[in-house]
Design a protein around this ligand. Structure first.
Ligand SMILES: NC(=O)c1ccc[n+]([C@@H]2O[C@H](COP(=O)([O-])OP(=O)(O)OC[C@H]3O[C@@H](n4cnc5c(N)ncnc54)[C@H](OP(=O)(O)O)[C@@H]3O)[C@@H](O)[C@H]2O)c1
Length: 305
């Protein structure tokens, strides 16, 4: 029997990592093919056309569709609300319904921004979602629509995604420190970084029908502020020979970020115990993941200077 993975948003930060990692591990994962579809092959701004594009893949029972496509510009979602709703909710609804009709599983990637961020502990899957921004609201609407299409579908909420395929906060901080001694980052916003290489390993659990559908939190263990995250990245950069001019990050307050259009939640660290029970061990820490990333991709970051 064929076992296919169809990755949507295949040219994004997470989508690229998934296609690469699952292609390399296809034999171990029992995958007969991995199909990556980018914006050119499937346009999420048009739900009907997107449905037709996915239909052209002749979906069948046993297929896993992983939706990494999204409008991820948080401030842009605030100003282009209709488009954000279409890309983050209406099209995922249409595609997840099609998947359910064909007996395929739809794994939808979502975000910590569906939470209000006022709890003083990491959020569990069962905590109430109360988004502060249109990005969060559109992603939550997407989650609800996907789960309404089939209880076998799954939602993986991730946060602060980093990896080698598209620049993120870690790269920006290191890039700045290659030419400047003054680095600043917000100290009073807390979450949990998620390394794309780890996500690729964890998301593979959804290839097996034994992993039940539903909502899961997936990120590296532990929590940190943007400032902690940046300082650790700089310390690792120095350890692995990058010529950073400082390893200190000065604190900014979230309230100093007057350029933000959308309101950001303060504490959206995610509790991952639910998924860890399937994984069989705790998910490795964000410290370890950032270290491995800087160690393996340091030369790529050095070229940014
Ligand atoms: N990045 C984070 O820190 C973060 C945090 C929490 C949750 N997430 C979630 O994680 C998932 C993956 O994010 P990511 O970091 O990989 O983001 P990303 O690099 O921005 O990838 C999103 C992908 O969606 C594609 N896309 C945007 N509009 C589209 C459209 N109209 N039609 C088809 N494709 C379209 C983009 O295409 P182009 O390449 O052409 O732009 C891009 O490849 C998303 O669901 C996001 O909400 C991310």
């Amino acid at each position: 029997m064929q076992k296919r993975a169809i990755i949507l948003g295949a040219q994004g930060r997470l989508g690229t990592a998934l296609v690469q990692a699952w292609s390399q591990a296809s034999v171990d994962l029992g995958l007969t093919s991995i199909i990556g579809l980018g914006r050119k092959e499937i346009d999420f701004s048009d739900p009907l056309a997107a449905r037709q594009s996915l239909e052209a893949q002749a979906l069948q029972s046993g297929d896993l569709i992983v939706n990494c496509a999204a409008m991820t510009d948080v401030d842009g979602c605030e100003t282009k609300r209709e488009l954000a709703t279409t890309i983050n909710a209406t099209t995922p609804e249409a595609l997840s319904r099609l998947a359910a009709q064909r007996g395929a599983r739809f794994l939808h990637i979502s975000t910590d921004y569906i939470f209000e961020g006022t709890l003083d502990r990491p959020y569990r899957e069962t905590d109430e979602a109360l988004p502060l921004s249109h990005y969060g609201a559109s992603k939550l609407a997407g989650e609800e629509a996907v789960m309404a299409a089939s209880p076998h579908h799954a939602i993986a909420r991730v946060s602060w995604v980093f990896g080698p395929d598209r620049l993120s906060f870690v790269d920006q901080v290191i890039k700045r420190a290659l030419t400047s001694t003054t680095i600043t980052a917000v100290h009073d916003k807390i979450s949990s970084p998620s390394y794309t290489h780890d996500l690729a390993e964890w998301l593979a659990f959804f290839l097996t029908p034994e992993t039940p559908g539903g909502i899961y939190h997936l990120c590296n263990s532990g929590r940190c502020s943007w400032r902690d995250y940046g300082e650790h990245a700089l310390q690792m950069a120095a350890r692995y020979g990058l010529p950073v001019l400082t390893t200190t990050v000065a604190p900014l307050s979230l309230s100093d970020m007057t350029q933000f259009v959308a309101k950001r939640p303060v504490n959206t660290a995610l509790e991952t115990a639910k998924f860890a029970a399937f994984y069989g061990k705790p998910l490795r820490s964000w410290h370890e993941a950032v270290e491995e990333y800087v160690k393996n991709y340091g030369s790529q970051l050095k070229a940014l200077s």
